[in-house]
Ligand binder design. Structure first.
Ligand SMILES: Nc1ncnc2c1ncn2[C@@H]1O[C@H](COP(=O)(O)OP(=O)(O)OP(=O)(O)O)[C@@H](O)[C@H]1O
Length: 571
């Protein structure tokens, strides 16, 4: 976390310079006040006027310098927060699937919003305030020593007492702040879940149950916030007590010295003025250190994410697919207990069209997850063009392979952005995929055509339309390998047939399709059908061969056929 404090050395140095200028001017003005009072007591009008004019000049300079100091404080915070927030988000977005899902998304949202907000004030601003307090303290001490050594020594001894307070409460404050941050994160988690589950809550009439759960989390969070603030109030009380005590002691000593003619009234007033710049910073430092230290656990939480090693970026770049995809003796388990894949081997040659079939839970999507490098703790090897995918970087894999999952996500933006995924494509390319995916009807119905907003997760469009957009967004990338993971299950049979058929006719496209739909017309067009049962490949081959085998595939096919209402009219 420390590296972010001086991320921009230039801004840091400018801030320190302004703090030095500011503190020196404040100290110098205390000396002018001393002269003003002493000359007025001595009734020296001419000298009084001169000093008053010089004071006005320096006060104007001080105002300008204070203004600039605040501007550069703000600039420093703006810069550091921008860099830190970007770094956190970039680490999160570059996590692999397993790591990413290790935490609920609301944890990340809470980290980026709530925790960073605490860090902004409690870490960056406090860091600058500590520097300011230390420098003001030293410059004012020098001034004070020059004015009156006896008072200076007293002030220094008395003012340093409050500094021990934060050390006494440090651990407790830090734990309470972390518990506040954690409870906020868990409140965000259930808020997100309940809002996403709105439809389910309504249809199962769960409002009261949900409100009860929400209330529990809400009260917990507010209670932990209260716990932190109440201890903080106690710390502040003790610090203030010491500050007032030291102020009155110095007042007494100063008055005694003036009565005994050991110092002038001007010096006494200037001393009190400078004391503000000694006990003020020390009191501030006490507050700030308490606050700064209470941020450490939250800082650690953030730094864990920022310093995380993303192994994703390792491996060589691969820009083309020329030969084959091969799985060799792959076995894999998500949880070290049940095998999701058992000793899987097969080869797909460039341009081939391959269907993967099998009952729910037999491991079809897992095959794809491994090919996409979402997990790498499997035994066996996966090759693309005879290169082990563990040696190819993930970015290349995701450029070579476009995948359309069964759960489609739509961004809350225009139809066009959802199709192009914010990249630039020609109008011709966009129209071509709109055509293949039978989306022209939808585009014509949208108020602003392709520039119409389709709402949060595509609220304004149907499930089938979302699936067609997701196919279009994969096609427009022109990746040499396309994977359909039950990508047409929300489409009616005719549309589904027409789209899949168009894809089967793209000769240089390597198509891998996980499907539950057993359409004879389509399955016959696949070069290979891989049949999975209980995490194993039980059959592999073209449609006719598998049908002639009259084994497991034949059983699955016959079962689905018997449930079909009628043949698809493809004309
Ligand atoms: N992230 C995960 N963590 C733990 N187990 C998982 C995970 N994802 C899948 N599984 C389990 O692995 C097995 C294979 O799942 P997979 O998603 O590959 O099945 P599938 O054949 O694609 O099923 P479906 O046709 O229903 O989508 C299942 O038993 C499933 O419960």
């Amino acid at each position: 976390m420390k590296k972010y404090l001086i991320k921009s050395k230039k801004l840091f140095i400018i801030n320190v310079l302004f703090v030095i200028i500011d503190s020196s001017l404040y100290t110098f003005i205390a000396f002018l006040i001393k002269d003003l009072i002493d000359t007025s007591i001595n009734k020296n009008t001419e000298r009084f006027t001169n000093i008053a004019l010089i004071s006005i000049f320096f006060i104007i300079i001080l105002l300008i310098s204070s203004y600039l100091r605040e501007i550069f404080f703000a600039k420093y915070i703006q810069y550091n927060m921008t860099v830190l927030r970007y770094d956190i988000f970039s680490k999160i977005i570059n996590r692999n699937k397993e790591n990413f899902h290790g935490k609920n998304t609301s944890h990340y949202i809470s980290l980026i919003n709530n925790d960073l907000e605490l860090i902004q004030r409690g870490y960056f601003l406090n860091f600058l305030n500590i520097i300011q307090a230390i420098l003001s303290f030293f410059i004012a001490t020098l001034g004070l020593l020059k004015l009156n050594t006896i008072i200076a020594v007293f002030i220094l001894i008395i003012s340093t007492i409050p500094i021990i307070v934060p050390y006494i409460f440090n651990n407790k404050l830090s734990t309470l702040k972390k518990s506040f941050s954690d409870s906020l994160s868990s409140l965000m988690k259930i808020t997100k879940d309940f809002l996403l589950g709105f439809e389910t809550i309504k249809s199962f009439n769960l409002q009261n149950t949900i409100l009860c759960k929400y209330n529990k989390h809400n009260s917990n969070m507010e209670q932990s916030r209260y716990n932190f603030f109440s201890l903080n109030a106690m710390v502040n009380l003790i610090i203030n007590l010491f500050s007032y005590l030291s102020y009155f002691i110095v007042l007494g000593i100063g008055t005694y010295l003036v009565i005994k003619d050991k110092t002038t009234v001007g010096t006494f007033v200037a001393t009190i003025q400078l004391m503000e710049f000694i006990s003020g910073p020390i009191t501030n430092i006490s507050y700030i250190i308490a606050d700064f230290k209470s941020m450490l656990l939250i800082g650690n939480k953030i730094i864990k994410v920022v310093d995380e090693n993303t192994l994703e970026d390792l491996g060589l770049k691969k820009n083309s697919f020329v030969n084959s995809i091969e799985f060799k003796n792959i076995s894999f388990s998500y949880n070290q207990q049940n095998l999701a894949l058992k000793n899987i081997s097969f080869k797909i040659v460039k341009g081939q069209k391959v269907a993967i079939v099998g009952k729910s839970g037999c491991g079809k999507s897992t095959l794809i997850n491994l090919l996409l490098k979402y997990y790498d703790n499997y035994t066996g090897d996966i090759f693309i063009d005879n290169i082990n995918i563990k040696n190819i970087n993930s970015e290349s894999i995701h450029n070579l392979i476009s995948v359309i999952h069964q759960d489609v996500f739509m961004f809350d933006t225009s139809f066009k952005n959802n199709l192009t995924l914010f990249k630039n494509y020609s109008e011709q390319d966009i129209n071509k995929v709109i055509n293949i995916c039978k989306l022209y009807g939808l585009v014509n119905n949208l108020q602003n055509g392709i520039n119409s907003n389709i709402g949060e997760n595509g609220y304004a469009i149907s499930g089938g339309e979302k699936q067609r957009i997701s196919i279009a967004r994969a096609l427009i990338r022109k990746s040499p390998i396309l994977i359909l993971d039950e990508a047409t299950n929300s489409l009616d049979n005719k549309t589904s047939y027409l789209i899949e058929n168009s894809l089967l006719n793209i000769s240089d496209l390597t198509l891998i399709s996980i499907t539950h739909k057993f359409s004879k017309q389509l399955l016959e067009k696949y070069d290979l059908i891989i049949v999975l049962k209980d995490s194993n490949i039980v059959e592999i081959g073209p449609f006719n061969k598998l049908m002639n085998n009259k084994n497991y595939f034949y059983e699955l096919y016959s079962l689905t056929e018997s449930k079909k209402p009628a043949n698809i009219n493809t004309s």
